[in-house]
Ligand binder design. Structure first.
Ligand SMILES: N[C@@H](CCC(=O)N[C@@H](CS)C(=O)NCC(=O)O)C(=O)O
Length: 215
């Protein structure tokens, strides 16, 4: 039975989950869901996910929200020995978990420093700009000379960060210029992962449609 995924391709965390599904070659039934049309606020949807957010997964009757939890669940269930979410080495697994939590900070930093301007036409608060730089400097250091975010193997942390950072397409990735390790990692993985373009290729165009008119 395929898994159901309530999602919208404009949504950053939805794209991370879809990339994880492609990485695992899972059959998926995509249910297009648009929060702007209140489709995440219907009684039926709220029964699946009281947080009223996409992505929401339903696997064999089990509903789950939160992109990072969904990705952890899918890999743990369908590819536990893949190395994408280490099972044998507790320390490696904990490092992946830590990076997944940190990805939330990155997502909020992008929202507060970049999206606020692009989508609402408001100047970001100076603290939001500082926070963005701080968060990306830390990520830049985490990556260092590694091939992947958590070391020299692809993990679900890469997939989660790729989705999050793909939103910077809205500014043609100029915001990454100060963070060379992040930038190199991001563009290398785009080429390496065959599903990246299928999932994220239309992002610049879709996000530009949502942008606030230039003042
Ligand atoms: N931390 C959540 C964020 C989910 C989220 O905020 N999704 C947005 C779309 S990008 C949404 O569904 N918003 C509708 C709402 O909050 O009512 C995740 O990673 O899944």
């Amino acid at each position: 039975m395929p898994i159901d995924l309530y999602m919208n391709i404009r949504s950053t965390p939805c794209r991370s989950v879809l990339m994880a599904i492609r990485q695992l070659n899972l059959e998926v039934n995509i249910i297009e869901t648009d929060p702007r049309k209140q489709e995440t606020s219907t009684p039926e949807f709220l029964k699946l996910n009281p947080q009223h957010t996409i992505p929401t997964l339903v696997d064999d009757g089990f509903p789950l929200g939160e992109s990072r939890a969904i990705i952890q669940y899918l890999v743990s269930k369908y590819a536990p020995n893949s190395g994408l979410y280490p099972t044998h080495d507790l320390k490696k697994r904990a490092h992946v978990d830590r990076l997944l939590y940190y990805d939330m900070s990155i997502a909020y930093a992008i929202r507060d420093a970049i999206f606020i301007k692009v989508f609402r036409g408001e100047e970001p608060h100076e603290n939001a700009v500082k926070n963005f730089k701080n968060n990306f400097n830390v990520l830049n250091d985490f990556i260092g000379n590694n091939k992947y975010v958590a070391g020299n193997e692809l993990t679900i942390a890469d997939i989660s960060y790729l989705g999050t950072i793909s939103s910077l397409a809205i500014n043609d990735y100029k915001d990454l210029d100060e963070f060379p390790n992040v930038k190199n990692w991001f563009f290398r993985l785009q080429k390496e992962l065959p599903y990246f373009n299928e999932v994220n290729g239309k992002v610049p165009e879709l996000l530009k449609q949502l942008s606030a008119p230039k003042k």
